[in-house]
Every structure is written in structure tokens, then in C-alpha cells.
Design a protein around this ligand. Structure first.
Ligand SMILES: [Zn+2]
Ligand SMILES: [Zn+2]
Length: 348
């Protein structure tokens, strides 16, 4: 028997999707709380932390040293899940199984040199700079011939396993399209060919007609809890015009989009007057299949349904693959509508 590859992609023939095996990462540094630790919003966290791998000027595990950055800072992930150092020559698995190199690019985007802020606390101009950094990264990574998809995401909060609380998101530029995006892109294409309509436009129209789940709206962007939300407080933020990705938004649309993002994030934090945990993911069209039917949006999936009460994924979700939601999207939307647009930390 061959020694199994510790770092590769394995094809799941029943789900028709890639599984990234990154068992080489087991010993990566861990700055986050371990499970069971209490998130204490009152604890004073300093602006600079000497042993943080992401704070300006500090050395990282790779030996590289961070610049003394002042705004957004982007660097290659020292513990990549996909990367140029992933083994190219793989032992072939037996039987019907197939594998693929976990090649690609993994990056980290620090939102701010300040260790103790969150995306919700950045001002709109800082959020604009972040969106511009996302645009640049998407354009650069997406233009590489080996890249089929660029996934930008932020895990926020100890309950979603954040390994370092310094405000940051991650980018995985991969040689495959992530399953959720593939499913969405297929649904959008099919809907378009059957009806001539853009699916996401029809979702937006239906949401705005109903109105009960809209959290915020301005002239070109909207934030809402979707009718079909799977998680409590699940929210989408989208431009009103259809764009396959962030790259084609005008300056005015970007400003509106940043405003919508900021207001949703502040409301999330105000809900329980605590930094609100979530998984945020940018849903861009796959880079090799730019078609007119995909509508860029950001999705927020919060893991908690009440303070400190986790929505456990169990039989229906893990065993069956469909969600059982214990909450009513309309009620969760009302809660988000009823909190202030001013961050609780800024209240007098
Ligand atoms: Zn830091
Ligand atoms: Zn989506």
C-alpha cells in the first residue's frame, strides 16, 4: 500500500464535489479561543498585540515579516489549504477513486492594522478600500489560467473557529469551482434559459414586493433576510443591477454597497450588543464561465440563533443535506430592523 497523500483534492463521486485534504496543516498556530471559552466583549483587547501574526511589523510563522501597513494588507497564507507548494505528483488512488493536486493560491487580507476592531467598526471609507482590495484580488487571481474560482470569505468569532481575532478575511483561488457557487450558477443559467429572466433579479423583486425581510435599501444596493433563509439572521447584500462580480460595479454602486454592508454589520453587532459571529462569503460567478445570468452578492451565515446558542447541524442538515430552521425569517428580519444603525460601542 502507498502512503496516502497528506495534501491533495479527493473527488467525492456521490456528491460530485472535491474534498480538500490538508492534513499537513494540523500543527498550525492557534490564537482563537478553544471551544467552550467564553467570548467576553468587555475584555479590553489592545490595538497592537506583540505575538499576533497579523499585526503590523510582526514576524509570521513562515519567517516573513509583515510590513508596517496602515490600511489593507494582503499576503500569501502561511498555512495554505491550496497553494503552489501542494504536491503536483500524486500517488494515484486505487479503484474508481480520483485525486487532483490542491494547487491554487490562498491569501489573507487584513482589514486594518488595529488588532481590536471588526469589520462592523470600520468606517464606510475603510470598507470601500476593502471592497477595492477584493476587486483587485479577484481581477489578478481570476485572470490566471489555472484558476477557476476565487472564494473570498471571512470567518468571524470563536464559534466558527477563527484562529486569530485580528480582523481579516481569506481568499482561496482554486482549480475547481466551489460546490455552492456551481449549484447557484447552474440554477441561474437554467432559470435564464427557461424564463429569459435573471433569477436573482426575480428574487430581489419578490423581496421588495413583500418588504418584510428587507433590512436596508438605498438607490443601488439592498440587504435582506431571504425568504428561504436556512440560518437564523441569514442575510444577503446585493447590488440591484446584475453584475457577475464586484469588478464591474461603478464607484457610486460601490459606495451604496459599502453603506449597505456597514449598516447590516452594525445591526448584527447591536442585536445582542456583542461582536456578532458569522461566516461571510462573496458569491462571484466562476472565473471561467462568466455569463450574464449570475448576480454577484454577499451571503452571511450566522452560527448562533440566540446569544451563545449554536444552531447545531445534525440529522437533517448533515445526514440529509436539507435544513431544518428553528426560526422564522420574518421574525429574525424584524429583530434586525428594530436595532439602531449606530454601533453600540459608539453610543453615549
Ligand atoms: Zn493583530
Ligand atoms: Zn449565493
Amino acid at each position: 500500500m502507498n502512503t496516502p497523500n497528506k495534501w491533495e483534492q479527493r473527488w467525492h463521486p456521490l456528491r460530485e464535489e472535491w474534498v480538500i485534504i490538508a492534513a499537513h496543516r494540523q500543527d498550525r498556530p492557534w490564537h482563537g479561543e478553544t471551544i467552550g471559552g467564553a467570548e467576553n466583549p468587555a475584555a479590553a483587547v489592545p490595538e497592537y498585540v506583540r505575538d499576533c501574526y497579523f499585526c503590523p511589523g510582526n514576524p509570521r510563522v513562515s519567517g516573513a515579516r509583515n510590513e508596517n501597513y496602515r490600511g489593507i494588507y494582503v499576503f500569501d497564507n502561511d498555512h495554505p489549504c491550496v497553494g503552489s507548494s501542494a504536491p503536483e505528483r500524486l500517488e494515484r488512488p486505487g479503484g474508481i477513486f480520483k485525486n487532483n493536486p490542491a494547487s491554487g493560491i490562498a491569501r489573507v487580507v487584513c482589514y486594518s492594522p488595529r488588532h481590536n476592531v471588526t469589520l462592523a467598526e470600520l468606517d464606510t471609507s475603510e470598507i470601500m478600500s476593502l471592497i477595492e482590495a477584493w476587486q483587485e484580488q479577484y481581477a489578478e487571481l481570476g485572470s490566471r489560467p489555472e484558476v477557476k474560482h476565487v472564494l473570498v470569505f471571512e470567518n468571524k468569532g470563536e464559534v466558527v473557529g477563527v484562529s486569530n481575532p485580528h480582523p481579516h478575511c481569506q481568499i482561496y483561488a482554486t482549480n475547481f469551482v466551489f460546490k455552492t457557487i456551481e449549484t447557484e450558477a447552474q440554477a441561474c443559467r437554467r432559470y435564464h434559459s427557461e424564463t429569459g429572466h435573471i433569477l436573482f433579479q426575480d428574487i430581489l423583486r419578490s423581496e421588495r414586493q413583500d418588504g418584510r425581510r428587507i433590512i436596508y435599501e438605498n438607490s443601488s444596493a439592498v440587504a435582506f433576510v431571504p425568504y428561504f433563509a436556512r440560518y437564523a439572521y441569514e442575510c444577503y447584500v446585493a447590488p440591484k443591477e446584475t453584475h457577475a462580480g464586484l469588478g464591474s460595479l461603478s464607484k457610486a454602486e460601490l459606495q451604496d454597497f459599502a453603506d449597505a454592508l456597514k449598516i447590516l454589520l452594525v445591526r448584527y453587532d447591536n442585536l445582542w450588543r456583542t461582536p456578532f459571529p458569522y461566516v461571510m462569503s462573496l458569491h462571484h460567478a466562476p472565473t471561467r464561465q462568466l455569463d450574464d445570468s449570475f448576480h454577484f452578492h454577499i451571503e452571511f451565515h450566522p452560527p448562533l440563533r440566540k446569544p451563545r446558542l449554536l444552531k447545531y447541524l445534525a440529522g437533517p442538515e448533515i445526514g440529509g443535506g436539507n435544513f431544518l430552521s428553528d426560526t422564522l425569517p420574518e421574525e429574525k428580519a424584524t429583530e434586525l430592523q428594530n436595532v439602531s444603525n449606530v454601533h453600540y460601542k459608539l453610543e453615549k
